[in-house]
Design a protein around this ligand. Sequence first.
Ligand code: CMC
Length: 391
Amino acid sequence: RQTGLTSFDPGFVNTASTRSNITFIDGDKGILRYRGYPIEELAEHSSFLETAWLLIYGELPTKEQLDDFTYRVLHHNMVNEDFKRIFDIFPKEAHPMSVMASAVGALSTFYQDSLDPTDPEQVEISTIRLLAKMPVLAAYTLKRSLGEPLLYPDNRLGYVENFLRLAFGTPAEEYELNPVVSKALERLLILHEDHEQNASTSTVRLVGSTQANIFASISAGINALFGPLHGGANEAVLHMLQQISDEGMGIPDFVEKVKNKESGIRLMGFGHRVYKNYDPRAKIVKATAETVLDELGVHDPLLDLAMQLEEVALKDDYFQSRRLYPNVDFYTGVIYKAMGFPTKFFTVLFAIGRLPGWIAQWREQNADPTTKIGRPHQLYLGETERHYPGV
Ligand code: CMC
């Protein structure tokens, strides 16, 4: 009934929405590179802020550039005292992703001097502000949900250490950092930093294409990440494992349920639009899970359960024929749980990790003079013209 359409592609399975120089994925081979560097090398040798610089500015920083960047990020991590009242208005049981999306959006009300996407200096300062404040807002979201006091950052600590102290410390005692835990968290955050045109990044770009400010764009990205088919999968995996364990369900029985489409149950943490091979991030996460639980002396039966589930699924024809493998979310929850984060908070950790990618992608688009407002077509299937009664 409608003319002029060139393609119909639900879920954008076949459509490139942009050109980009940031992240390369070969889903058949299980390859992920940021600016050409393999994810395995960055996860092992880089830091969160160094990788953020790489994503945003295109090259690895020199030592001076990284020192200066780290200094600027750490020195913008205070949150305006008036702004902190935002954490008081939400119910304690509110989902932290909703609080985070609201808080990041609200940054634009406090930083009206850095909202103009056409001014490179304003884009730069808002980049630093976002990187600086995101983990602080996350820690405050957690603290308020627990009814605990908010701490001030301590800039003798690094980016990840500061976040851990703000999340788990109290004013009464010195917070004892566990270097194995902070190293592991840093590695997980690096793994999450970018993943080309996933749903949340595409959302950030779509909102940014209207020349909305970067805080509004990232807030929209946080909301897109919230869903269980995207970043919310890390929380959903833990619920799934817990449920299998609580109900004493055999793993083969659960897998049969998943295979029966009528059940509507998916194996959370499995499958990916782009990877048709083992997600390279999942390999690193799995190894990290064993290291962290060992270090903390935690024996979590849910980790054993996850490993058995993986083994059974990978041998099953249903998963093999559809090329479904564990993705980045399959093992992260077990690690976050061992670190002491509540299940509801897991996706916030994904958001902290993904922030540099969102910023890099927003800036790449914003700097490109050929950018057009994103505006998909539709196939109209509704009524043809008809008339209001009596007209
Ligand atoms: N469990 C059971 N069946 C699945 C699963 C799963 N996790 N994932 C895909 N399938 C089946 C699906 O039913 C379909 O079967 P059929 O061909 O018989 O209709 C086939 O595999 C292809 O699936 P799809 O839904 O067309 O694939 P998609 O590219 O649209 O969806 C996905 C990708 C990630 C949304 C999906 O695999 C999924 O729902 N996975 C579980 C949620 C999850 O772990 N999400 C995190 C993704 S990775 C991190 C991130 O990006 O946030």
